[in-house]
Design a protein around this ligand. Structure first.
Ligand code: OAD
Length: 235
């Protein structure tokens, strides 16, 4: 942990974004090759899109399920899992990603603030459940086995509130270091964590191949791919 400079009683909050899964072959959202280039955000990732065209929404998330199932965790996911083994409870991993590559890379405790690709929930009962199925035509859209209402992806869409924000803010307040990996700093509230960290006196570090939009808020920026930079944090 030489690069992080974490002392014995210090605590690390990690925020990851799409960039950490880029080298596993999963498209990021913005920039060339971004996922939204093929599908417009408004068409697939809002409550309004769901109201208008649930079939399109389910086709989109079925495609993302397929892509995530075909992907493998990379060295960056594995490095964070190793870090968790070393730090235990002193590490809190919060991801904006809905894929399961952190878990498959060995991380035990991951908070998915934007939901999980492999969970769905009834719009009425609201309880999330494990679901790895593909729903790709109107006749096959899922309904709740208990109440018969529609079943939607357990994903936080634009305009919805990310999951467990209270827990996130209290873990942020209890940490001494914030490490942010592979996120463009353009989607709030996650993009604002670094400002909160600065107010709380945390040391703030960013890792990614280019500067994020909120670059000026970080103490240190390591420019490089997550798979190259993160393993060096373990030395
Ligand atoms: P973005 O697509 O906005 O940003 C991806 C970031 O990853 C960019 O800053 C890239 O420079 C960086 N990157 C690319 N390759 C990398 C690599 N090998 N190692 C490290 N970084 C790399 O993705 P997010 O910031 O995660 O929300 O997007 C935030 C949210 O917007 C997503 O969670 C999603 C989306 O709309 C919802 O679905 C609610």
């Amino acid at each position: 942990m030489s690069e992080l400079g974490l002392g014995e009683n210090e605590r690390l909050f990690i925020l990851t974004g799409a960039g950490i899964s880029a080298e596993s072959g999963l498209a990021t959202f913005r920039g060339s090759g971004g996922l939204w280039n093929g599908y417009r955000v408004q068409e697939v990732a809002t409550p309004e899109a769901w109201e208008t065209d649930p079939e399109l929404v389910w086709r989109f998330y079925s495609m993302r399920r397929r892509d995530a199932m075909a992907a493998e965790p990379n060295l960056a996911h594995r490095a964070l899992a190793t870090l968790e083994q070393k730090l235990g409870d002193r590490l809190y991993l919060c991801t904006q990603n809905v894929d399961d590559l952190h878990e498959r890379g060995g991380s035990q405790r991951v908070h998915h603030m934007h939901g999980s690709l492999f969970q769905s929930r009834c719009v009425r009962c609201e309880k999330p459940f494990a679901d790895r199925a593909f729903y790709e035509n109107a006749a096959a859209l899922p309904v709740c086995t208990t109440c018969g209402a529609a079943v939607r992806p357990h994903i936080v869409w634009f305009g919805e509130i990310p999951l467990k924000m209270d827990e996130i803010y209290s873990r942020l307040a209890a940490s001494t270091h914030l490490l942010v990996v592979g996120t463009s700093g353009s989607v709030y509230p996650a993009a604002g964590f670094v400002q909160i960290a600065n107010q709380g006196g945390l040391k703030t570090i960013y890792v990614g191949p280019e500067e994020p939009l909120n670059a000026e808020a970080f103490d240190t920026i390591f420019l490089g791919a997550a798979t190259e930079v993160l393993p060096s944090f373990l030395l």
